[in-house]
Ligand binder design. Structure first.
Ligand SMILES: Cc1ncc(C[n+]2csc(CCOP(=O)(O)OP(=O)(O)O)c2C)c(N)n1
Length: 643
C-alpha cells in the first residue's frame, strides 16, 4: 500500500464528483476528514491559502455530493477557498504543484478544468456570474442546470455583490447563493453588514419561524410534490408579514434559508438536496470557522489565511528559521511605519484600506491612531471615492490598494479624484509580477492605465528609502499622487535619517556610460544595476537612468539621454504595452529624436504563477534577459569588444 493510500484511503478513490455519489453518509464524514488532512499536509509544505479552504471542507463535499459538476455550475467567489474543490475534481495528484511555476493555479481557472465554471481571484464576482449563467442557460434551453455561487461574508461587502443581489431579485432566475459566514475576511470583517449577519444568526424567534417553514416544505415535498403550492402560499403570506421586513436577503426577493452549521456535512447535504427543488433565487446562510480543524489556524486566522512559509503540519509552527542577519524591511512595512510617522506629525493624514490592513501594513497606523484609519471592506471603488471625499473636506488621505485590485476603481480615480484634482495619495502595493497568485494578481497594468489620466503624478521608488521620501513628499502635493511599489524587500532603511523631499517629475542618472542607455522605473532598476555590473566586467559601458516619475516625465533628462545615445533599452516591471517604454517612445516621436529603443517588461499576454524570479526570466527582464537585450542592440564591433 502506498503512503497516500494509507493516509487517505477514501480520498484516494475520488477522481471526480461521480465518485462521491455512491458513498454512504458516514463515508462523507470520513471523506471530509481526509480532505481536510490532505489540505493540511500539502499546504504545510507548499504554502498557499489555507484557512478558507479548511473552513469549507464540508460544504465542498456536500456540494459535489448533491450537484453534478461540470453540468451544474459551481462558482467560488475569490476562489482562494476552492482547494477542496480542485482536489475532488481530478487534481488531487497535481495539488502539490499548487501555485508553482507551470503547476496548477491557486484559483479556479476554466482553462485548467471543466469543473472550474468561472475564473476568479478578485472578490465579489460570483453572484453576477451565476446570474449570467442562469439567464444564459435559459437561452440555450439548459435550464435544468443548477447554478451555485459560494460567497464569503467578506466578499459580500463588495459593492458588486450588492449590484448582483439587486439584479437577481429583479430577474428571479433559478440560482442558489451560499453565504459562507465566518465573520472574517483576511482580517476580521468590519462594517454594518457584519453586525447584520450577527443579528440574523442570533435572532431566535426569526430563525424558529424560518426553520419551521423549511422543515414543512421539505416534509410536504417528499410526501406530495404538489403540496409545495400550499407551502409557498403560507410562505409568501409569512414573507410579507415578518420576513421581508426583517431579512435583507428576503427584501432582495431571495428565499433565505439558515443559518445552518457549515461543518455538519450530512445536514448540509440534506439542505442542498432540498434547495435543489425550490425554484427562484435562494440564499443559504452557513456558519463556518475559518481554519476549521487546525487549531493554530482557527486561533490565528489572519496569519493562516495565507501562511507565508512552510509550517509543521502538527504544531503549526513555522519552519523557516529567522536569519541571524537583520532582514531589510518589506516595502509594505516601510509604507505602514512611514505613514504612522507622517500621520503623527500631520494631523490631516488619514489611512484607507479596502480590507487589507495586514497585507498593506496599514495596521501599524490603525493600532496607534485608530480614529484616522479606515478598513472599508472589500470595496476598492468606495475606498477611492471615500478618499476623494476626505480630500475634498481638506484631509490628506493615503489610500492603499494593491495594484491589481485598483483595476476595480478605475473610473473612481478618473471621475472622483483626477478631474477634480483632489490631493489623494494612492499607494499601490504589489505592483509588478507578484508571484504565486498568478495572472489575476499581477500588478501589471497600473503604469499603463494610470499614465493616460490627466492631473495624476505617478512615481515608483527605486527602493524602500525612496518610498519613504516619496510618501513624505506627496503629502503637500496639490493633486493626486500615485506611488507604486512591489511586494518583497530590498535595502536596509535608516529610520532615524530625516526625510528628504523628492522633487516631482525628477529622475536620476545612476550611472554614466557610452554604448547603451538603460532607462528603468522602480525597484527593477536594481536588477538593471546588477546586469550593468556584469556588462562592465565585459567592457561594455552602459548608462543607467532611473526615471522615477512616469508622469510628469523628466523631459530634461530624457532630452539628455536621446542626445547622447542611439541605443536605448527601457525596463519596467509592468506591461510593455502602454507603459513606461511606450512613454519613452512617445517622447522620442514628439521631440523628433531617432534611436533604437528596445522595451522590456511584461509581454502582451497573461502571465501565470511562479516565483517573481521565474516569471521575470520568462518575461525576459531578469538580469540575464537584460544582458541579452543589451547584446541584441549593440553593434557587432561591441560584441567583439565584449568577448
Ligand atoms: C477585489 C479584491 N480585493 C481584495 C482581495 C483580497 N482578498 C482575498 S480573500 C479576501 C477575504 C475574503 O473574505 P471572505 O469572502 O469572507 O472569505 P474567507 O477568506 O473568510 O473565507 C480578500 C480581501 C481580492 N481577492 N479581491
Amino acid at each position: 500500500m502506498s503512503n497516500q493510500e494509507e493516509a487517505y484511503p477514501l480520498l484516494q478513490q475520488i477522481n471526480g464528483p461521480a465518485d462521491l455519489k455512491p458513498l454512504e453518509p458516514r463515508q462523507l464524514i470520513q471523506l471530509s476528514r481526509e480532505l481536510r488532512q490532505f489540505i493540511i499536509d500539502i499546504i504545510s509544505s507548499n504554502p498557499g491559502h489555507f484557512g478558507a479552504s479548511l473552513g469549507v471542507v464540508e460544504l465542498t463535499v456536500a456540494l459535489h455530493r448533491v450537484f453534478n459538476s461540470p453540468f451544474d455550475k459551481l462558482i467560488w467567489d475569490v476562489g482562494h477557498q476552492a482547494y477542496g474543490h480542485k482536489i475532488l475534481t481530478g487534481r488531487r495528484d497535481q495539488f502539490h504543484t499548487n501555485r508553482k511555476y507551470k503547476g496548477i493555479s491557486g484559483f479556479p481557472k476554466p482553462s485548467e478544468s471543466e469543473h472550474d465554471a468561472f475564473g476568479v481571484g478578485h472578490s465579489s464576482t460570483s453572484i453576477s456570474a451565476a446570474l449570467g449563467m442562469s439567464v444564459g442557460h435559459e437561452y440555450t434551453g439548459e435550464q435544468d442546470r443548477q447554478v451555485v455561487a459560494v460567497i464569503g461574508d467578506g466578499a459580500l461587502s463588495g459593492g458588486m455583490a450588492f449590484e448582483a443581489l439587486n439584479n437577481v431579485g429583479h430577474e428571479k432566475k433559478n440560482m442558489l447563493v451560499i453565504l459562507n459566514d465566518n465573520n472574517m475576511a483576511i482580517d476580521p470583517s468590519d462594517g454594518a453588514m457584519k453586525e447584520y449577519l450577527l443579528d440574523i444568526t442570533t435572532s431566535r424567534a426569526y430563525n424558529k419561524v424560518r426553520s419551521d417553514v423549511w422543515n414543512l416544505m421539505g416534509y410536504l415535498n417528499k410526501i406530495n410534490p404538489n403540496a409545495r403550492h400550499y407551502v409557498q402560499k403560507i410562505e409568501s403570506a409569512m414573507k410579507s408579514i415578518v420576513l421581508k421586513q426583517s431579512n435583507l436577503f428576503e427584501s432582495f426577493n431571495f428565499r433565505y434559508f439558515g443559518p445552518v452549521d457549515g461543518h455538519d456535512v450530512l445536514h448540509l447535504t440534506t439542505a442542498l438536496e432540498d434547495l435543489k427543488d425550490i425554484p427562484g433565487p435562494k440564499l443559504l446562510h452557513i456558519l463556518t470557522r475559518k481554519g476549521k480543524g487546525f487549531p493554530q489556524a482557527e486561533l490565528n486566522q489572519t496569519i493562516f489565511h495565507s501562511p507565508s512559509g512552510k509550517f509543521d503540519r502538527k504544531t503549526g509552527e513555522f519552519l523557516v528559521k529567522k536569519s541571524d542577519k537583520p532582514q531589510p524591511p518589506r516595502f509594505q512595512d516601510v509604507f505602514g511605519n512611514t505613514l504612522l510617522e507622517l500621520a503623527e506629525e500631520n494631523r490631516k493624514i488619514v489611512g484607507i484600506t479596502p480590507a487589507m490592513p495586514s497585507g498593506s501594513s496599514l495596521k501599524v497606523m490603525m493600532e496607534k491612531i485608530p480614529d484616522r484609519t479606515f478598513d472599508v471592506g472589500i470595496a476598492e471603488q468606495h475606498a477611492v471615492t471615500f478618499s476623494a471625499g476626505l480630500a475634498a473636506a481638506g484631509m490628506t488621505p493615503y489610500c492603499n490598494i494593491y495594484s491589481s485590485f485598483m483595476q476595480r476603481a478605475y473610473d473612481q480615480v478618473i471621475h472622483d479624484v483626477a478631474i477634480q484634482n483632489l490631493p489623494v495619495v494612492f499607494c499601490l502595493d504589489r505592483a509588478g509580477l507578484v508571484g504565486a497568485d498568478g495572472a489575476t494578481h499581477h500588478g501589471a497594468y497600473d503604469l499603463a492605465y494610470m499614465r493616460c489620466i490627466p492631473n495624476l503624478t505617478i512615481a515608483s521608488p527605486l527602493n524602500e528609502i525612496e518610498l519613504r521620501n516619496l510618501m513624505y513628499s506627496a503629502q503637500h502635493h496639490d493633486g493626486p499622487f500615485v506611488i507604486r511599489y512591489p511586494r518583497g524587500r530590498g535595502v536596509t532603511v535608516d529610520w532615524k535619517k530625516p526625510f528628504s523631499t523628492i522633487e516631482t517629475g525628477k529622475g536620476q542618472i545612476l550611472r554614466d556610460g557610452e554604448d547603451v542607455a538603460i532607462i528603468s522605473i522602480g525597484p527593477v532598476g536594481n536588477t538593471v544595476a546588477e546586469a550593468i555590473d556584469e556588462l562592465e566586467a565585459r567592457h561594455l559601458s552602459i548608462a543607467h537612468i532611473d526615471l522615477r516619475f512616469l508622469k510628469p516625465l523628466d523631459t530634461e533628462l530624457l532630452k539628455k539621454v536621446f542626445s547622447g545615445f542611439k541605443k536605448i533599452i527601457t525596463v519596467e516591471d509592468g506591461s510593455i504595452a502602454g507603459g513606461m517604454g511606450s512613454a519613452v517612445l512617445e517622447f522620442m516621436s514628439t521631440h523628433n529624436y531617432q534611436a533604437r529603443v528596445k522595451r522590456l517588461g511584461i509581454p502582451d499576454r497573461f502571465v501565470d504563477q511562479g516565483t517573481p524570479e521565474e516569471l521575470q526570466r520568462e518575461c525576459g527582464f531578469d538580469k540575464e534577459g537584460i544582458i541579452k537585450s543589451v547584446y541584441s542592440v549593440v553593434d557587432s564591433k561591441y560584441l567583439f569588444k565584449a568577448m
